[in-house]
Write a protein that binds this ligand. Structure first.
Ligand code: F6P
Length: 553
């Protein structure tokens, strides 16, 4: 990638590279994937890239060699490579919070040197990983005992956002690698029902709570943690000294942890240069590590690192995160695409898209640039999706025949998971047949002529016609392993990075979550006493009054 960063103050849509893309888009017009494939019999072979175990097919994207070249020029002109290198060097590229962005250091090898303010952070990263590993082994091996001397059989992770979605997603993905006799659960919602359902059938004497919060001030997490502590002490009929054997904390805030009543000896730390949504490969992954073991966790970190190195060093033509980022920029800017679907063909990836929602939408859901000026181009898309085959019988209708442009990523694995019973392995071909069929249908559709030729009555032909030309990327890996999960997550992290760099926004802050927090704090006492309702707008005041009435207040 080019090392030059163009004048950051030139608005993106006034750069010559943008203008060249706009012109190219006009020329591209309604070019159909059918034409692109017909014009180049090698397209399906040429438009693929490999990173680690991930085979990435982008032949079914609405691009030509020229599109790709122009997009890469845009990346060059907007200084993607320079910003990437600054991130890897530990510079404070999260300018609105004045922080370095170094999740890549979490998976750097032991002998790497990565400095923040002149200090190599890698030894501290590995020291925490080693402590986590020792603790995970103690729990897994039954040496860590609860207050009454029983071994731990259930782990309840309490956290929200990045302190929940990452470990919860990865635990689901890697279920077949996890200790099946350890029950690992995740509580995030401040709705008491979440904690209630998580603990109602657990034996407190065998339960470990992992309180995960970067700041240790997040109201949902602290509220749930207090309730969990009350539940534990009531169930055990014990005093506060029981907490030490049943609560550990994952945080950057030792003071907050101590104030809560958790011994900081039972705290696993991370650092302010790890963003919440980029943190499940830090101490935030402890519940996951307990489930899958330290070796599998390290294998996952190696997978992350492999893609980090690829992103850092691969030339633009072969750089997969760069490519995926550019494709999203292309559709958002020039096809008015508002959304991006991620459709995994693996039951184990059922929480993957929810995880990506935070990663992508909290990172790139911004409307001012790095200098605080409003942007006049599309930024991050609405990311959505669920496992593919279920989606086929729900919302794929809209993908195939609706009016919206929704680029989609299809993710599948050649091998079923290793512990799938032989009787179920046979279903895997059917799963993958659907995986391949859908991108084919989306790309090529079915013309009215083809429909009519099947003897369909004329009045039904328009209903049974598939326009096609819906862009997709297919990511196919051999097997779903810890390393492959790390590779996939890093791929999306860096894709999001590329887009934020091009759009000139700060992908690493999240000021948009603050206002709701402030208002909720103001409204809560009004719900209890009714006092202060007159300060609310008339809609909210009426809703609050109705709520109080329904609650008999
Ligand atoms: O409110 C949003 C957010 O700050 C996320 O960015 C973060 O992942 C989540 O809350 C949880 O924060 P913490 O880990 O500090 O409890």
């Amino acid at each position: 990638m080019s090392e030059t960063r163009a004048d950051a103050r030139t608005p993106l849509d006034r750069t010559p590279e943008w203008a060249a893309l706009a012109k190219h888009r006009e020329e591209f017009g309604d070019t159909h994937l059918r034409e692109l494939f017909a014009a180049d019999p090698e397209r399906g072979r040429r438009y693929t890239l490999q990173v680690g175990d991930l085979h990435v097919d982008y032949a079914k994207q609405l691009v030509t060699d020229e599109t790709l070249a122009l997009l890469r020029e845009l990346a060059g002109a907007t200084g993607v490579a320079a910003l990437r290198d600054a991130m890897f060097r530990g510079e404070r590229i999260n300018t609105t919070e004045d922080r370095a962005v170094l999740h890549t250091a979490l998976r750097a090898p032991r002998d790497a040197v990565i400095e923040v303010d002149g200090e190599n952070v890698v030894p501290a990263v590995h020291a925490v990983l080693d402590r986590m590993a020792a603790f995970a082994e103690q729990v897994r091996g039954g040496e860590w005992r609860g207050h009454t001397g029983k071994r731990i059989r259930a782990v309840v992770n309490i956290g929200i956002g990045g302190s929940d979605l990452g470990p919860a997603m990865a635990h689901e993905v890697l279920r077949s690698f996890s200790r099946r006799d350890l029950d690992v659960r995740f509580v995030s919602n401040v709705d008491g029902a979440d904690l209630h359902e998580a603990v109602r059938d657990l034996d407190a004497a065998e339960t470990l709570f992992v309180v995960a919060s970067k700041t240790f001030t997040t109201i949902e997490t602290i509220t749930n943690a207090v309730s969990a502590r009350n539940w534990l002490l009531a169930e055990l009929g014990a005093g506060a000294d029981a907490v030490a054997k049943h609560f550990v904390a994952l945080s950057t805030n030792a003071e907050g942890v101590a104030d809560f009543g958790i011994d900081t000896a039972n705290m696993f730390e991370f650092w302010d240069w790890v963003g919440g949504r980029y943190s499940y490969d830090s101490a935030i992954g402890l519940s996951l590590m307990i489930a899958i073991g330290p070796d599998a966790f390290r294998e996952m970190l190696d997978g992350f690192h492999l893609v980090d190195e690829h992103f850092r060093t691969a030339p633009p033509e072969e750089n997969v995160p760069l490519l995926l980022g550019l494709l999203g920029v292309w559709y958002g800017a020039f096809f008015d695409a508002q959304a991006h679907a991620v459709l995994p063909y693996s039951h184990y990836l059922s929480k993957f898209t929810a995880y990506l929602q935070q990663l992508d939408m909290e990172s790139n859901g911004k409307s001012v640039d790095r200098d605080g000026k409003p942007v006049s181009w599309q930024t991050g898309p609405v990311v959505w999706g669920t496992p593919g085959t279920n989606g086929q019988h729900a919302y794929y209708q809209l993908l195939h025949q609706g009016t919206k442009v929704i680029p989609a990523d299809f993710i599948g694995f050649a091998e079923p998971v290793a512990d799938l019973p032989p009787g179920l392995v046979a279903q895997h071909d059917l799963l993958l047949a659907n995986f391949f069929a859908q991108t084919q249908a989306l790309a090529f559709g079915r013309t009215p002529e083809e429909v009519a030729a099947e003897g369909v009555p004329a009045e039904l032909v328009p209903h049974k016609t598939f326009r096609g030309n819906h862009p997709t990327t297919t990511v196919l890996a051999g097997a779903l392993t810890p390393s492959v999960l790390g590779q996939l997550v890093a791929l999306y992290e860096h894709k999001v990075f590329v887009q934020g760099a091009i759009w000139n926004i700060d992908s690493f802050d999240q000021w948009g979550v603050e206002l709701g927090k402030v208002l909720a704090k103001r409204i809560e006492p009004v719900l209890l006493t009714g006092e202060g309702a007159e300060q609310l707008d008339s809609s909210t005041a009426a809703l609050v009054a109705r709520y109080r009435e329904l609650r008999g207040r």
